[in-house]
Ligand binder design. Structure first.
Ligand SMILES: [Zn+2]
Length: 141
């Protein structure tokens, strides 16, 4: 988000993931950047028999100064308030560590293991293509 300059206060939009194979949208998260946090809104279900449920999380954002000027933004994991660059999202938002230690279903471990095996075999990783869409905040022209 920082690379695409999406962390400016007042920024509203959505991040979308598309399957490389089918071209279908596989994921979407709406975001709204506030003064010192980002509000993420999305729908998710724990299995395909369930209805999608809406989730809304405020994730704190902190900044550290860079050597060459400017600053670097970090998310704070909502569970440990640890500074992280990457968050993982399903029914909750957490850093990799929290997902690994606390996540009952083990989805992330399974997927990581699958990726490692595919890498060893030299098979391509079936990663989704990520795009973002910026939406103008209400009242802006
Ligand atoms: Zn964490």
């Amino acid at each position: 988000m920082q690379r695409e300059s999406l962390l400016n206060v007042g920024e509203i939009g959505s991040l979308r993931w598309t399957s490389q194979q089918t071209g279908n949208m596989t994921g979407r998260i709406d975001y709204e950047v506030q003064h010192d946090s980002v509000c993420f809104k999305y729908n998710v279900r724990s299995n395909s028999n369930e209805a999608l449920r809406p989730y809304e999380y405020f994730v704190p954002v902190t900044h550290t100064p860079c050597n060459y000027g400017g600053s670097r933004a970090w998310f704070e994991c909502p569970h440990y308030l640890k500074r992280v660059a990457v968050l993982y999202i399903d029914e909750r938002i957490a850093c990799r560590t929290c997902h690994k230690f606390n996540y009952i279903k083990g989805t992330w471990q399974e997927r990581d293991r699958m990726y490692k095996v595919r890498e060893k075999l030299g098979w391509p990783l079936l990663k989704d293509v990520y795009v973002w869409q910026r939406i103008k905040p209400k009242g802006m022209h």
